[in-house]
Design a protein around this ligand. Structure first.
Ligand code: NAP
Ligand code: MN
Length: 265
């Protein structure tokens, strides 16, 4: 089996990365940065987001596992003290896999330029470059509302505990193939009206944003921010692909929610 390791880059994470690498080489596993069967991310949830995007083109062939060197993460749920156990578990394959849904984003342009498509593990947000964001929101091809405000966020179930949560969105169990649309500071008065509540869309219901006047936007895909010009529409739906996590022991999602947000005892 071939493995790769990504590190957050601090000295703690780097030391741990080298240790894991040595152990796995001792078990006769092969280090392959380009075509790994398993990717071990050492750092935090942000490090796993980075690893996801690096190996995004071979999701069906790669499993991920996260070790945290800071606080407990949603994707990085192994502690450094457990790495011997983890390494042995990895070495004696096959391992179990759990799959989480992803968000697909397709951006189309005014000038007929080729569309761009992305996958997000946490969420995508759309914000204006200057002034209020004004967007027509279509759901399943039907006009739903005209949004005015700071921005819109579309999150995956596993991303629902990140930015989505700060926006008042619900926490969704990753066994549910859905996406969640939340508002970022909508303008609501007698003239302008949005639904206000987060919306949860099932698989294959698309949400499309259509610009009303400005056509340049800042679009985030997880930790990445990109400027898109001459945008005609942005389409969001549950992706056909899923991310696969290597699972070596039970650590239920609701326990991770409890330990991260309530208390770790
Ligand atoms: P960051 O600024 O380090 O991330 C913000 C925090 O979100 C970190 O504590 C990070 O954990 C945590 N996080 C990431 N994914 C999570 C998840 N699925 N569930 C719960 N917490 C999660 O930047 P980053 O590490 O590159 O992460 C990018 C993410 O930051 C974005 O995808 C977005 O969700 C989030 N974000 C949040 C807000 C907000 O809450 N107001 C605003 C902008 C962006 P680690 O420390 O373990 O990395
Ligand atoms: Mn981070």
């Amino acid at each position: 089996m071939k493995f790769a390791i990504t590190s957050k880059g601090d000295s703690n994470s780097n030391t741990l990365m080298h240790k894991i690498k040595m152990y796995l080489l001792d078990f006769n596993l092969q280090y392959d940065e380009d075509q790994p069967d398993i990717v071990i991310s050492v750092g935090g949830d942000g490090t796993l987001l980075y690893a996801f995007h690096r190996y995004c083109s071979r999701l069906d062939k790669t499993a991920f596992v996260g070790v945290h060197t800071g606080h407990l993460g949603f994707y990085a749920d192994w502690v450094p003290e457990e790495i011997e156990k983890l390494v042995i578990a990895i070495a004696k394959t096959p391992f179990q896999v759990v799959e989480y849904p992803l968000l697909e984003i397709i951006i189309r342009y005014q000038n007929g330029e080729r569309e761009s498509s992305y996958l997000a593990l946490n969420e995508s947000t759309v914000k204006s470059v200057e002034g209020t964001l004004v967007m027509d929101v279509d759901i399943r091809g039907q006009h739903f509302e005209r949004f005015r405000g700071d921005g819109l966020c579309i999150a995956t179930p596993s991303g629902s505990t990140a930015y989505n949560k700060a926006l008042g969105g619900a926490i969704i169990h990753p066994a549910i193939p859905a996406i969640q649309l939340t508002e970022i500071a909508s303008i609501n008065n007698r003239v302008f009206r949005t639904v206000g509540s987060p919306l949860i869309l099932p698989g294959h219901h698309t949400c499309t944003l259509k610009p009303v006047n400005q056509t340049d936007f800042h679009v985030t895909i997880d930790h990445l921010t990109l400027l898109h010009k001459d945008v005609k529409s942005l389409q969001f739906r549950v992706a056909d692909n899923m991310i696969r996590f290597a699972r070596f022991r039970p650590f239920p999602f609701w326990k991770r929610v409890h330990d991260s947000f309530i208390s770790n005892s």
